[in-house]
Design a protein around this ligand. Sequence first.
Ligand SMILES: Cc1cc2nc3c(=O)[nH]c(=O)nc-3n(C[C@H](O)[C@H](O)[C@H](O)COP(=O)(O)OP(=O)(O)OC[C@H]3O[C@@H](n4cnc5c(N)ncnc54)[C@H](O)[C@@H]3O)c2cc1C
Length: 311
Amino acid sequence: MDALTVTKRVSDLELDVPMERDVHLGRLTWFGIGGYASLLAKPRNVEQLIRIVRHCREVSVPLYVLGKGANLLVADGTLLGVVVTLDSPAFRHIQIDPDTARVTCGGGADLERVITSTVRQGFGGLEGLTGIPARIGGAIAMNCGGAFGEIGSYVESVTIVQDNGVTRTLGRDDIKFGYRRTDLPDGIITEATFQLSKADDQIKLRDKLLHVMKYKKNSQPMAARSAGCTFKNPPKMISEKGAGQLIDEAGLKGTRIGGAEVSHVHANFIEVHDGGTATDVMQLMDLVQRSVMGHCGIMLEREVVVWQNRH
Ligand SMILES: Cc1cc2nc3c(=O)[nH]c(=O)nc-3n(C[C@H](O)[C@H](O)[C@H](O)COP(=O)(O)OP(=O)(O)OC[C@H]3O[C@@H](n4cnc5c(N)ncnc54)[C@H](O)[C@@H]3O)c2cc1C
């Protein structure tokens, strides 16, 4: 399949879904590098989203969903398929119910906005995730988190348009959240509800938010072009050490291929400099995996999602 076939099979006129052709997708990621997408679809509502999901399945065109692009590397070249983004207001709502301490948000809502809105109203839970760039869909798909908790702990329900175009809502007991993963069915998360708790002391809640933000700024290169942690920490039974420490001990801080460099601030981050390409990052990830394997016999598993054409 080539880009022309993709656009022929998926016509925006026929589907009546706003679409852009030949979009520089890499620019929409935190890395800011990588290739193009043959089509970028911006459905205005769930009906349009379902239409595009069903159609792509019918005509065998791969479908991808983009969040904030903060855990994503798009390979150089053109991604043959349709990339969906939940930018429309229909997917970005944030509704707080003060009586139940629940917040319901669209899959395209910005995680940081959800956190600040809930903290401002005195509801605690999500503040430990501050500083993690994400949309709600991407945050749940990755079960993002860290030293101060994971998003999965607060999920009450998730609504997803499955790959077959059928919408399903799963309650928290139906979903298993693991380390940077879930067992949700393949599909597009359109909405989620979180159970929070009313804070006894709002000042303490705000202080925690500031503390988490300070911790992240001091330990991670937050301003760099990266995708956060490149590799997952190995299971504790294999190593007590985190991926960053293993990479550091293998002497890899500052190692550079083209415009991609292992961060001096946090060895598990790869930073991209001007002129860097997705190929540089891929080669550097490969080098890090091989070097760590050679140094301590542990094969690091990638956390960063890589989008490249499926063969
Ligand atoms: C500076 C920096 C710091 C970071 N710190 C942390 C951290 O502390 N902890 C942590 O866990 N991560 C961290 N990350 C990584 C990243 O923020 C998280 O993985 C986040 O959850 C990615 O969300 P996103 O919306 O950007 O998803 P994207 O990167 O756009 O996508 C990631 C995956 O989620 C899928 N996805 C996106 N939206 C949806 C949807 N609506 N439905 C279904 N699937 C979807 C995509 O298809 C893709 O497979 C950091 C990244 C950066 C750049």
